[in-house]
Write a protein that binds this ligand. Structure first.
Ligand SMILES: Nc1nc2c(ncn2[C@@H]2O[C@H](COP(=O)(O)OP(=O)(O)OP(=O)(O)O)[C@@H](O)[C@H]2O)c(=O)[nH]1
Ligand SMILES: [Mg+2]
Length: 377
């Protein structure tokens, strides 16, 4: 135990006013009034907001702009909520955050299951975080509720990135349609940008429509491929390659290197015949190993060239304008659809009209007109 007297640097001790007047000496009482401790820094550190149960819209906005990781996570939870009250608050928050958004490089990344997306993002993200970039990783995977296993795997594969102070990782919002997940991720991008993340990576499993949805919300799109297994052409049939600005043949390490080199040559040849995703940019292909880190820095170099080109030609800004307008229309359509099918009169007649159309008793157009009329249109 330190001697409490010594803590006073030899200054005369204040005598508490509750000390009995007949107490003769200063050492006759056991409690000392200690001097308050002032913070040494010039700025006073604000109380963390995150512990509070309910945050006001202002709390959210302040916390996100102050880059408080707890509040950023909760702000994304807010935009992911389906509760009408939360959605209203989320829109208020986003409106306030809007002036602080738009400054990040938005990069989409896809690849078939097992292509190495998580491992690649860990390696790539760590390199950027080490260079001082602030990296946010968001995932789009409408089926993630079903494939819970891969989320568990991601926790391990992106463990180091997840712990890096410059990184923020958010798994896919669970459940819901692709449309719903898409909206939530778009809004999460805005939250991350307002929180000062300058690189936002949106990851998706290349299994169908997800890639198109991600392409529609990012500036640059990277497709991770793997060589071997006689499947160099993966994704070409589905048109995924045509969405890409950069193809990366991953797992170019060890015995796999010759196969990757062959795939590289093949893909370069194929790219001559394909439509490019971005005006003024020739889609490129390169090899990398997420495991050894070889070629990972070069992916960032290529993306740097891509963004310089995008600024010179105006293609990035143009794409963002088009994306914003398309998103607005998508929101209108979604709202009209849910409003229409949610109307009581439509719900009451729907099954009967569907049956009649299915049975050929009613032409589809007549059925549509009947339901539209029921819905007041
Ligand atoms: N040799 C080698 N193996 C790799 C490399 N990158 C990933 N892997 C391995 O490939 C397997 C799948 O990697 P993940 O990063 O989980 O792949 P993913 O694309 O995220 O997979 P899903 O999340 O299931 O879609 C793991 O066993 C990795 O260790 C690489 O560059 N080289
Ligand atoms: Mg993964």
């Amino acid at each position: 135990m330190p001697d409490p007297h010594s803590l006073h640097d030899g200054c005369p001790q204040p005598r508490p006013d509750w000390v009995p007047a007949d107490c003769a000496s200063d050492s006759g009482f056991a409690t000392w009034v200690m001097q308050g401790v002032r913070p040494s820094g010039a700025s006073v550190v604000a109380q963390p907001i995150r512990r509070r149960a309910v945050l006001s819209t202002e709390d959210y906005v302040r916390g996100v702009l102050a880059r408080d990781p707890g509040v950023i996570g909760r702000a994304i939870t807010l935009v992911e909520s389906n509760a009408p009250a939360h959605q209203r608050q989320a829109q208020e928050m986003l409106t306030a955050l809007m002036p602080h958004t738009g400054k990040a490089r938005r990069i989409g990344l896809t690849g078939i299951p097992g292509a190495g997306k998580s491992t690649f993002i860990e390696a790539f993200g760590l390199q950027l975080a080490e260079q001082g970039h602030r990296v946010a990783v968001l995932a789009i995977d409408p089926s993630s509720a079903v494939t819970g296993g891969s989320i568990l795997g991601d926790k391990v594969r992106m463990e180091r990135l997840g712990r890096h102070p410059n990184a923020f990782i958010r798994p896919s919002p669970s459940g819901g349609s692709l449309g719903g997940v898409t909206r939530k991720t778009r809004e999460a991008i805005l939250v991350c940008e307002a929180a000062g993340y300058d690189v936002v990576l949106v990851e998706t499993v290349g299994v169908g429509q997800n890639e198109v949805a991600v392409r529609a919300m990012v500036d640059a799109f990277v497709v991770l491929l793997i060589a071997g297994a006689g499947d160099e052409m993966q994704g070409i049939k589905k048109g995924v390659i045509e969405l890409a600005d950069l193809l990366v043949i991953n797992k170019a390490d060890g015995e796999n290197i010759p196969r990757c080199k062959a795939a590289l040559a093949e893909m370069k040849r194929v790219l001559h015949y394909l439509r490019h995703a971005t005006e003024g940019w020739q889609t490129t292909v390169q090899t990398a190993s997420a495991r050894t880190g070889e070629g990972v820095a070069e992916v960032w170099t290529t993306l740097g060239q891509y963004f310089v080109t995008g600024e010179r030609t105006g293609s990035t800004a143009r794409r963002r304008r088009e994306q914003a307008v398309a998103w607005m229309h998508a929101l209108i359509e979604e709202s009209l659809r849910t409003g229409f099918y949610g109307a009581e009169a439509v719900k009451a007649r729907r099954a009967e009209v569907e049956q009649d159309v299915a049975a050929g008793k009613l032409a589809p157009l007549a059925g549509a007109l009947a339901l539209l009329a029921a819905g007041g249109r």
